[in-house]
Ligand binder design. Structure first.
Ligand code: 5RP
Length: 258
């Protein structure tokens, strides 16, 4: 791994602990004005002090986030589908040159293993890994789950391992039973979990806790933070689990403080 790539990676995943709390707010790229992100800046700016990195598209960044922020940006560079259509039909939307201009610390796209456009999504990942290697920018690969996919360790290990084999530097996937098998399938590549659809806060904290216990480097969580009735409390609670080894009850107490 070249120096620049390692240096950018260590801005996202704390090299001392191997842990990370990434805030995902890239949902608009296929969901439009997602609940909680209609005015993205209003929601996200108060959360930034508590996030290690921000996952976002270039358009949202330019519209709602001031360039003076110091948080590392994980730039979503894929898109091309919407919730109204076949989600796996993605293309690369953002060039490596624009990612460099933005000063992205990592770039990211989704793979749709078992999806109609599986191969195209793997081509997208291959392209951004090749570009990233050229310019020292790490790649986070997201294992997107189509409607028909079972979110079990067999499927998520298959999808995550393919990302690793293509050359991803971080894998984002979903928590599942026997999650340690998914982590094991990724070798030395750090794995972070998505939160998925909004669930009750304590259940989301339990999921983050169990994922870290099973070997995840942390979370790349969106809706379970920004759609909470107390988003700042929720990100602080997730942080307490990922970085401070707090119990779910202790973290839930942090979330409840207004
Ligand atoms: C889709 C994505 C998302 O847009 C997002 O990052 C998911 O985060 P969460 O599930 O925690 O809301 O990666 O595949």
């Amino acid at each position: 791994m070249n120096w620049g790539l390692q240096n950018r990676l260590s801005r996202i995943i704390n090299p001392k602990t191997g842990h990370c709390v990434m805030l995902a707010v890239d949902h608009g790229y296929f969901q439009g004005p997602t609940t909680g992100l209609r005015n993205l800046g209003k929601t996200v700016i108060p959360l930034l002090p508590h996030a290690d990195a921000l996952m976002i598209t270039r358009g949202a960044l330019r519209n709602w986030i001031p360039p003076k922020i110091e948080k590392p940006i994980v730039l979503r560079v894929s898109g091309g589908q919407s919730i109204l259509k076949e989600l796996s039909n993605e293309i690369i939307t953002t060039s490596i040159q624009d990612a460099i201009r933005i000063n992205a610390s990592a770039i990211t796209c989704s793979v749709f293993i078992g999806g109609e456009y599986e191969k195209q999504s793997i081509e997208n990942l291959s392209k951004i890994v090749n570009d990233g290697e050229d310019y020292g920018i790490p790649v986070l690969a997201v294992t997107a789950v189509g409607k028909e996919m079972v979110r079990d360790s067999k499927y998520l290990s298959l999808a995550s391992r393919i990302c690793v084999e293509i050359g991803a530097h971080i894998v984002k996937t979903y928590y599942c039973e026997n999650f340690s098998e998914v982590v094991e399938a990724c070798g030395n590549v750090p794995v972070v979990i998505a939160g998925g659809k909004k669930i009750e806060e304590k259940a989301a904290l339990q999921m983050a806790h169990d994922a870290v216990k099973d070997g995840a480097a942390g979370v790349d969580m969106g809706r379970n933070i920004f759609q909470s009735d107390n988003p700042v409390g929720m990100i602080k609670a997730v942080r307490a689990i990922v970085h401070e080894n707090k119990t779910v009850d202790e973290a839930f107490g942090i979330y409840k403080k207004k």
